[in-house]
Design a protein around this ligand. Structure first.
Ligand code: SAH
Length: 221
């Protein structure tokens, strides 16, 4: 989908990121690897951090939030096994980088972000890159986005204190969801699968995300 003139150094950084941070650590999903080998991550990072865009760590994007580490993005996407026909919900648009990868892998992406400034920047970058299968909504996604449910897959980029059942309800039968669950200090990535009204949970690995802020949280404005 993307075909841009990119400075050599970013193209090289991107190849190294895919080889050393993703393939070498066991990411095998070729669709995920291919999308991440093409998407210009530097476009989603504030100007002063562009030189670090392919670093093996999160990067500040403003409003106290971060763009997720490339490896964690790939790990979550591989676990979700997104199909080209899937309708996907993303909670926490942030920079919009993961939104772009989702847009490459699926048929349509709804993405909700509580900070309107981040949502606007992400929307601008994604439009400039030519994505047409993304809707960004400004609001609280701690209970999902019922208006467009059910979803084939839901991906949450901020940690919830416990599994939000409202989101599980918005999954289609056979749908998958991935979400970090736990406190600010200690979290685990949970893969949730809905099968004939049964909810099957799989614990993946430890992780560290910014908190999912709900309407009732003291930090929420
Ligand atoms: N995948 C994103 C991660 C951004 S950090 C990226 O790589 O850029 C997580 C984002 O979740 C932040 O932008 C934060 O503002 C947002 N967020 C936290 N709680 C939220 C909520 N209840 N509803 C919507 N967005 C939320």
């Amino acid at each position: 989908m993307l075909d841009h003139d990119q400075p050599k150094s970013f193209a090289l950084d991107r190849q190294h990121m895919v080889a050393l941070q993703l393939r070498a650590r066991g990411i095998r999903d070729e669709r995920v690897l291919d999308a991440m080998a093409r998407i210009p991550r530097e476009e989603f990072v504030p100007q002063q951090f562009r030189h670090q865009a392919y670093g093996d760590h999160p990067i500040p994007i403003g409003q106290g939030q971060t763009i997720s580490q490339p490896y964690i993005v790939a790990l979550m996407l591989e676990a979700l096994a997104i199909q080209p026909t899937d309708k996907v919900l993303e909670i926490g648009t942030g920079s919009g980088y993961l939104t772009a990868v989702l847009a490459e892998l699926s048929s349509h992406v709804y993405s909700i972000e509580r900070h309107s400034s981040l949502a606007q920047t992400a929307e601008r970058v994604l439009a400039a890159l030519g994505y047409r299968n993304i809707n960004i909504v400004v609001g609280d996604g701690s209970k999902g986005l019922p208006a467009h449910a059910p979803y084939d897959a839901i991906i949450v980029s901020a940690a919830a204190p416990e599994l939000p059942l409202a989101m599980v309800e918005q999954l289609r039968d056979g749908g998958r969801m991935i979400i970090p669950v736990g406190s600010t200090q200690s979290q685990e990535l949970l893969l949730v699968r809905k099968q004939q009204d049964e909810t099957v949970l799989k614990h993946l690995e430890g992780c560290r995300f910014v908190p999912l802020i709900g309407r009732e949280d003291p930090a929420g404005e």
